[in-house]
Design a protein around this ligand. Structure first.
Ligand SMILES: NC(=O)c1ccc[n+]([C@@H]2O[C@H](COP(=O)([O-])OP(=O)(O)OC[C@H]3O[C@@H](n4cnc5c(N)ncnc54)[C@H](OP(=O)(O)O)[C@@H]3O)[C@@H](O)[C@H]2O)c1
Length: 305
């Protein structure tokens, strides 16, 4: 299939976790709209293959990749610098790479892996690229979260599950962190021309849960049975990345391309600010946007659809 329209022509999009699942499909869809794509993946061979396939199937030649393990802060920072050395502009940052680890694991930084990739990965990459996004305004940040964030709170004294770990709990908290980060960032970016929204893609049949042994295999079978196709699953990500309807919309949570209320806990501004400060400390990014904002918290409950 070839490029279907040129609505994203000249727009530079960086997509994380673009070698599989929802991120890969979002890359195909944005390529068909003529976007210039930079795919971020952890495995070079999968990056090469994905880029080749997208070019071949969409006719869009403006697709390249950068390799980094996004759970490791030094790699995220290096990737951001490599991106900036190649591109002066960034119009869409799609933070999508995410995992669920049923067993507790730590990365090379000694940080629990789910928190490191799903939350700190988004946090570090976004803050590192904020100046480029602002200079490219209008620009958008899209954070892939999940409805799994519902019914759970953050424990600020134990963000990394040291005193008791459950895979689903750690995943749900990381997805709650995505939403709190989105709302805090939207408040800080008010008036900058850069929007930021979070989303739930729905239940999608992807590689999610791989790398979790026999239990993961069983759960993936369920996902394959019940989940929608990645094509449909990428819909809300692509909508937020490209639609003129949300050009000026910021600080909301979307489900099925519509604003939706997130959990009551996700609107807890004190916890969100504390998470921001803790994340700044862990990532040693205190010089970037360190001050709490006085702007009203975004993430206001959307009007009834
Ligand atoms: N699937 C669902 O039902 C569902 C529901 C709600 C929310 N989500 C969210 O959707 C997002 C995408 O998930 P998916 O279902 O598309 O999963 P997926 O098929 O497993 O794809 C995940 C992507 O992230 C990449 N990735 C994993 N660890 C990485 C690391 N350390 N560094 C860099 N990249 C890494 C993977 O790379 P490799 O190709 O190298 O493995 C892959 O490209 C996640 O944020 C997830 O929380 C999914």
């Amino acid at each position: 299939m070839e490029t279907t329209n040129e609505t994203m022509k000249g727009r530079v999009c960086l997509i994380t976790g673009a070698t599989a699942g929802i991120g890969r499909e979002a890359a195909f869809q944005l390529a068909r709209m003529g976007a210039t794509l930079v795919l971020a993946g952890r495995n070079e061979e999968r990056c090469v293959n994905t880029v080749a396939l997208i070019k071949e199937q969409t006719g869009n030649a403006s697709v390249e990749y950068l390799v980094a393990d996004l759970s490791v802060q030094s790699e995220v920072k290096r990737l951001a610098q490599e991106f900036q050395s190649r591109h002066g502009q960034l119009h869409v940052l799609l933070n999508n790479a995410g995992v669920i680890n049923l067993q507790r694991m730590e990365n090379a930084d000694g940080i629990e892996m789910t928190f490191a990739l799903n939350h700190l990965g988004y946090f570090v990459l976004t803050l590192m690229l904020l100046d480029t996004l602002k200079a490219s305004a209008p620009a958008r940040i899209v954070n892939v979260s999940s409805d799994a964030h519902r019914g759970i709170s953050l424990n600020l004294d134990d963000l990394q599950g040291r005193s008791g770990y459950g895979g689903f709990g750690a995943y749900s908290r990381s997805k709650l962190a995505n939403i709190m980060f989105t709302y805090q960032l939207a408040a800080r970016l008010a008036g900058s021309g850069v929007t930021v929204n979070a989303l739930h893609p729905g239940l999608v049949a992807t590689n999610f849960l791989s790398g979790n042994g026999i239990r993961g295999k069983f759960l993936r079978f369920f996902l394959a049975l019940k989940g929608m196709s990645p094509e449909r699953g990428a819909g809300t990500s692509v909508f937020l990345a490209s639609s003129p309807d949300v050009e000026a919309v910021s600080g909301l949570y979307f489900v099925k391309s519509q604003p939706a209320p997130s959990s009551p806990q996700s609107y807890d501004e004190e916890t969100a600010k504390a998470l921001w400060q803790a994340s700044l400390q862990i990532t040693e990014l205190a010089d970037l946007m360190p001050l709490p904002t006085d702007s009203p918290l975004h993430g206001a409950q959307p009007d009834e659809p």
